[in-house]
Design a binder for this molecule. Structure first.
Ligand code: THU
Length: 136
């Protein structure tokens, strides 16, 4: 299946609008694409106990997983920063576990057409993802 990176980035930009980020005011949106063409969005949610904040990528992933979605082939992440936001280490781990073969598109919300492409494998080589643990 040919992946429409621009469409997925647009979905991430739309999801970003729902960001709940009163502390950092840094809005992030993410969108996952499944093999069957479904798109699941998410945005970052912050807590007054700052460490409890959850990134957009994980919100999207947790939403998708708990709706029974699997087989993610791509994820897009959008925020207002030069070149687009690179997923944090925690999100890379979760993506490596549940979206190990996915492509990763990142874009600045001001320049949605300029998309940088990575892979989950490239972002977290040698990930902790033992086959013996429940995974995908
Ligand atoms: N954030 C994400 O949503 N995704 C990332 O990959 C990096 C950071 C959020 C967490 C927090 O709400 C805000 O950006 C500032 O760190």
């Amino acid at each position: 299946m040919k992946i429409d990176a621009q469409k997925l980035v647009a979905a991430a930009a739309l999801a970003r609008e729902a960001s709940v980020s009163p502390y950092s005011r840094f809005k992030v949106g993410a969108a996952l694409l499944t093999k069957s063409g479904e798109i699941i969005g998410g945005a970052n949610v912050e807590s007054a106990s700052y460490g409890l904040t959850c990134c957009a990528e994980r919100i999207a992933l947790f939403k998708a997983l708990t709706e029974g979605k699997r087989d993610f082939i791509a994820v897009a992440v959008v925020a207002n920063c030069a070149g687009g936001p690179m997923p944090c280490g925690a999100c890379r781990q979760l993506l490596a576990e549940y979206a190990r073969d996915a492509k990763v598109f990142v874009a600045d919300s001001d320049v949605l057409k300029k998309i940088r492409t990575f892979t989950v494998r490239k972002l977290l080589p040698s990930a902790f993802a033992p086959e013996s643990l429940p995974g995908t």
